[in-house]
Design a protein around this ligand. Structure first.
Ligand SMILES: [Zn+2]
Length: 415
């Protein structure tokens, strides 16, 4: 048994999906302790009553706050190359669409990923994952979608599988071949989809367990609602559950489609409408918001409060990618959600733990502080969760615990 003692505040995040109106009603215990056995939480309560069994190890939380390990439920962490040139162009007034028309944008990353060996992609992503772990992230979803040929998409998914073996963060692989139409298929979108979603490809993903989810970028500049419906329905027959990049740039019915397909999550939602909200509600689809992306691009945020008021389970992710959100830190995104979307710190924490776990179908095991849940925990260098989000940009993580083991100690205790 491992017992965490001297916890200033233990946040009792319940298992997800937590509906929007309940996301702020989470209990906390002050002067708390928590016991772990066989990778699971077995007890929590007041520090006075902490179980003392012979041979038990103790870990002093040093009057820090303890929260569940964070789940980053939407990332594009495997990529090569950077695009700071576009960052400057945007500051000077060019839009994302203009930059794409001039040959920049996602194509630059696709070319770089195709040229880069698996070994180099692994080396690049390992450094990113180590930094994410140091920010308290213990589970990360990673999408393919920068290969856009059968072989290069498979290469990305094999890279994710190898990364899962090489470091402590649990990884969730998603097939996103329908990210954009590659240049060599310009004007032949359906041919592209037929090639990437051929039966042989989907059977291989299923048989080798290379992906759990299938995601589509449903947008004017990428794939129509009709095309998205077709490939997601087909992938579902091969056991890949649907997700959607929905309503990011325009409203064309993508969130309604997510509801129709009972997608696990609908992500982005900057332009969601009432029809989309109703559809997600009926399907119990998690609404994944990515405020770091709008922050990075300097555009309008998704209407988070409306989604919470509609009682949808809302999750947060970084959307970490080299074009529209070069942000590895989920705590920074939580802080942005507080100040730009008016989530309370407690709501942001539930969104990045219990509800993010629901967005990757791991809510029965991850994202909550409750007996029986896996012991993925973060000890903070601050005494309560509000202080964490009140200091954006400072890494307040002291110790990261994955499956009951200390896996990172990013910051020594401050005096
Ligand atoms: Zn994305």
């Amino acid at each position: 048994m491992l017992t965490l003692r001297n916890i200033a505040e233990l946040v009792l995040v319940p298992p997800g999906p937590v509906p929007g109106r309940a996301m702020g009603d989470v209990r906390t215990v002050t002067s708390a302790a928590l016991a772990i056995e066989d990778e699971r939480i077995v007890w929590m309560g007041s520090d006075r009553d902490a179980p003392r069994s012979p041979g038990a190890q103790e870990l002093d939380a040093g009057d820090g706050c303890v929260v569940p390990g964070l789940v980053d439920c939407h990332t594009h962490t495997v990529f090569a190359g950077t695009r700071e040139h576009e960052f400057v162009e945007r500051i000077r007034g060019k839009s994302y669409a203009q930059i794409a028309e001039e040959g920049g944008g996602i194509r630059v990353t696709v070319e770089a990923v195709r040229r880069t060996s698996s070994q180099e992609l692994i080396a690049l992503a390992l450094r990113r994952l180590r930094r994410m772990l140091h920010h308290g992230v213990t589970t990360v979803e990673i999408k393919s979608g920068y290969g856009l040929t059968v072989d290069d998409e498979l290469k990305m998914l094999y890279v994710v599988r190898e990364l899962a073996r090489l470091q402590p963060i649990e990884l969730v692989p998603t097939f996103l071949a329908a990210h954009t139409v590659p240049a060599e298929y310009a004007g032949r979108t359906d041919d592209y989809l037929d090639t990437l979603f051929a039966d042989a490809v989907l059977a291989r993903l299923r048989d080798e367990r290379l992906a759990e989810f299938c995601d589509v970028f449903c947008e004017r500049t990428a794939f129509t609602v009709e095309q998205s419906r077709r490939v997601l329905a087909k992938a579902k027959r091969y056991g890949l559950r649907p997700k959607l990049h929905a309503d990011q740039i325009s409203q064309m019915g993508a969130s309604a489609l997510a509801g129709e397909l009972a997608a696990v999550s609908a992500d982005h939602l900057e332009h969601i409408d009432d029809h989309g909200i109703d559809a997600l509600h009926g399907a119990e689809t998690v609404a994944v918001l990515l405020p770091g992306c709008s922050f990075f691009l300097g555009v309008q945020q998704a209407p988070a409060r409306r989604l919470l008021d509609a009682d949808l389970p809302v999750a947060l992710g970084t959307d970490y990618n080299p074009g529209s959100s070069m942000i590895e830190s989920l705590p920074l995104v939580m802080s942005i959600a507080c100040t730009q979307m008016r989530l309370t710190p407690l709501e942001a924490l539930v969104a990045a733990t219990a509800n993010a776990a629901a967005a990757v179908d791991r809510h029965r095991r991850l994202g909550a502080v409750q007996p029986g849940m896996q012991a993925d925990l973060v000890i903070l260098d601050v005494p309560d969760h509000r202080r964490w989000m009140y200091e954006p940009g400072r890494n307040c993580v002291r110790t990261v615990i994955k499956r009951g083991q200390v896996v990172a100690e990013p910051s020594a205790r401050e005096e």
